[in-house]
Design a binder for this molecule. Structure first.
Ligand code: OKP
Ligand code: ZN
Length: 358
């Protein structure tokens, strides 16, 4: 009669509360200052959900020093420049100071690098959506710390799943540029931790926006296969990357896969992409570890996106991830419908756990 229901392991969640409230007040959006989408309540909303479902999640203390990984993924002078910028802001008279770069380096001959004042931090930036604040360096480091710690814990304990509740997000952060609300590439830091132990990693990015940072970091490498499912960059951010003909270069050729999903896409078509296009490519690569860059800005209710996903869709994505049957660290990326992001993340985790018994 008894079917031997085996107790499910909790979702181990690596997260630490921000030291001080980390909340960029504004972003400069095509000539207008508007309220910043990465509001301070995003991570704490997810955190409160975790506390509500205390039997489903277990909060874990991020234990691993992120700095060696930051310096591997990013140019060390970039890491230093961000630290220096946050420090200068802390020392300034103004309280809760934020710096918006106005002048940017582009790939041209006038690119003299110097960082005497914060005016120069635009050397390392690619958009005006991503101001630097007093807590940016600390908070971005702690975000990366959650990601590397989740990977470290999973591999050291022979576990198959962990969740890094990262904020700020990471997938737009490039080797030496910040942008798209991202400073350090959390998923790439986790991948570098994984590569100390294993040989092949897939980063599957299901955020609404193309993860141009992750793509560019691994574009010429064959040990990290980056797969992105996202909105058409011809219409939305990051605009200049994410097209389907971007397949990698040199040794990395064939190890970058971009899949553009249409506006209003719903569960059925989204899962079809995962099953018919993502899964064969992913399994064929035979990764030792998968990192999911989970954005829930693919939800129909998201203020930034125009996809049509619902709670059920996120459950289906979670079930899909379980069906891959490869150890997975899920790293939090975007999602801006603050009233519902935790519901969507929870649906993904529920789907994953359902997949365990299916
Ligand atoms: C970060 B993530 C909105 C303009 C677009 C940049 C989007 C950054 C998305 N007013 N802002 O979720 O991929
Ligand atoms: Zn996004």
């Amino acid at each position: 009669m008894t079917t031997g229901t085996k107790a499910k392991k909790p979702i181990r969640t690596f997260y630490q509360e921000p030291t001080k409230s980390y909340s960029p007040p504004k972003e400069y959006n095509f000539g207008e200052l508007i309220p910043h989408a990465d509001s301070g309540s995003r991570a704490s909303l997810i955190e409160s959900l975790i506390k509500e479902h205390s039997s489903t999640y277990e909060l874990m203390e991020p234990h691993l020093d992120p700095l060696p990984y930051l310096n591997k993924v990013h140019a060390p002078e970039y890491v230093e420049a961000l630290e220096a910028c946050s420090k200068k802001l802390q020392e300034s008279e103004e309280s809760n100071a934020w710096f918006f770069p106005s002048v940017f380096r582009v790939n041209q001959e006038f690119n003299r690098q110097h960082v005497q004042s914060n005016k120069h931090v635009g050397y390392y930036a690619f958009d005006t959506f991503t101001p630097v604040g007093e807590e940016t360096f600390n908070q971005a480091s702690r975000s990366a710390q959650s990601a590397v710690s989740a990977m470290d814990w999973m591999l050291n304990n022979n576990e198959s799943f962990a969740y890094a509740l990262c904020r700020p997000s990471g997938h737009h952060a490039c080797h030496d540029y910040f942008g798209g609300y991202c400073f350090f590439n959390n998923a790439a830091c986790a991948a570098e931790r994984a590569l100390e132990t294993v040989k092949k990693v897939v980063i599957l990015d299901v955020d609404y926006h193309h993860g141009n940072g992750t793509q560019s970091i691994y574009y010429d490498r064959k040990d990290v296969f980056v797969i992105n499912v996202h909105a058409d960059p011809a219409k939305v951010f990051p605009y200049f990357a994410g097209f389907e003909d971007e397949v990698g270069t040199g040794e990395g050729e064939g190890f970058n896969l971009n899949i553009i999903a249409e506006k209003d896409i719903q569960t059925h078509d989204y899962v079809e992409i995962l099953e018919n296009r993502v899964k064969p490519a992913l399994l064929n690569f035979k990764p030792d570890v998968v990192i999911v860059s989970l954005g829930v800005d693919t939800a129909a209710t998201d203020p930034l996106g125009d996809f049509g996903l619902t709670e059920d869709s996120f459950e289906a994505i979670g079930r899909f991830i379980k069906s891959i049957n490869v150890p997975t660290v899920t790293v939090q990326e975007g999602g801006y419908d603050v009233a519902s992001i935790s519901k969507y993340v929870h649906a993904y985790m529920t789907g994953y756990l359902q997949g365990e018994t299916a």
